[in-house]
Design a protein around this ligand. Structure first.
Ligand SMILES: [Zn+2]
Length: 274
């Protein structure tokens, strides 16, 4: 979807691979990303094109100092507090899926005590952003996420902070992501406002997700239609393009034979939108 949108808009497409969590990173997983993009014929304009280039110039591990500096800035605003609860402890209080109950908020635990840093959100933390191409959207972050973690117990900065800083430093002006990431968008914009109050946040386009017949989103974790499996079963990229158009109910879906056809089907769908 990102590729289709950016190519449609004539923008520059940046590839970012998040590798903050080193326990889950393997060079072969990163190599796989390049191979899949290549197989599908999806080119990018900026960002890594190989595992070596990624490791040498684009890995988030190269930016840890930058993230930690921003963390210090945030701490100095007084908007962060030390939380010494383990996930198990606080979830026992609110149940799974509940928000962190702000237990540590009124204590002044020092940085020496093992724990994480959380953001102190007001009772109502409305974050507003500009949707692309038009319209505003807002979300109450306090309700959606609660006092979320900015630095984990093991010292790793949170994905939300790293993402916000990468977008900031690379001067992104449009974020394209799935609608399931709306609360992340709000969290990152909240951090952006604390760090760079004068910066205009990027516009956002939250696209709908591909869903199965039961209206559940396709997910890699349940093995649904992984590209590997489809490739092994002999499917060609054209079949993937066609399926994409079909699942999104775009015009001429059954005639899609190439990436170019997919782009045309996508453009037709945009024209039909009210
Ligand atoms: Zn706590």
């Amino acid at each position: 979807m990102t590729w289709l949108w950016i190519r449609h808009l004539g923008g520059e497409l940046w590839l970012r691979i998040d590798d903050l969590d080193q326990a889950r990173v393997r060079p072969e997983y990163i190599e796989d990303i390049f191979q899949q993009l290549d197989w599908l014929g999806l080119d990018t304009d900026q960002g890594p094109r190989s595992v070596t280039a990624f490791q040498q110039s684009w890995s988030q591990q190269l930016r840890i100092e930058r993230y930690l500096r921003a963390l210090t800035t945030l701490k100095n605003t007084g908007e962060l507090y030390r939380c010494i609860c383990s996930r198990r402890q606080w979830q026992a209080l609110v149940g799974e899926g509940g928000r962190y109950p702000r237990t540590c908020r009124h204590h002044q635990y020092s940085a020496e005590q093992p724990g994480s840093w959380r953001i102190r959100l007001p009772e109502k933390a409305t974050v507003c952003w500009q949707n692309w191409p038009s319209g505003q959207e807002e979300l109450d972050l306090a309700d959606e996420m609660g006092d979320f973690v900015i630095q984990r117990r093991d010292g790793q900065v949170a994905y939300q902070l790293a993402s916000c800083l990468d977008d900031l430093d690379w001067q992104m002006n449009l974020l394209i992501r799935g609608v399931d990431l709306r609360s992340s968008t709000a969290a990152q914009f909240r951090l952006l406002r604390l760090l760079e109050p004068k910066r205009t946040p990027p516009a956002v386009l939250h696209h709908s997700l591909l869903t199965d017949e039961g209206n559940r989103k396709f997910s890699k974790s349940d093995g649904a239609l992984s590209l590997h499996i489809l490739k092994k079963q002999g499917y060609a990229p054209a079949a993937i393009y066609r399926s994409c158009a079909h699942w999104q109910h775009w015009p001429e879906a059954s005639n899609v034979q190439s990436l170019n056809d997919l782009q045309q089907s996508f453009a037709l769908a945009l024209k039909q939108e009210p």
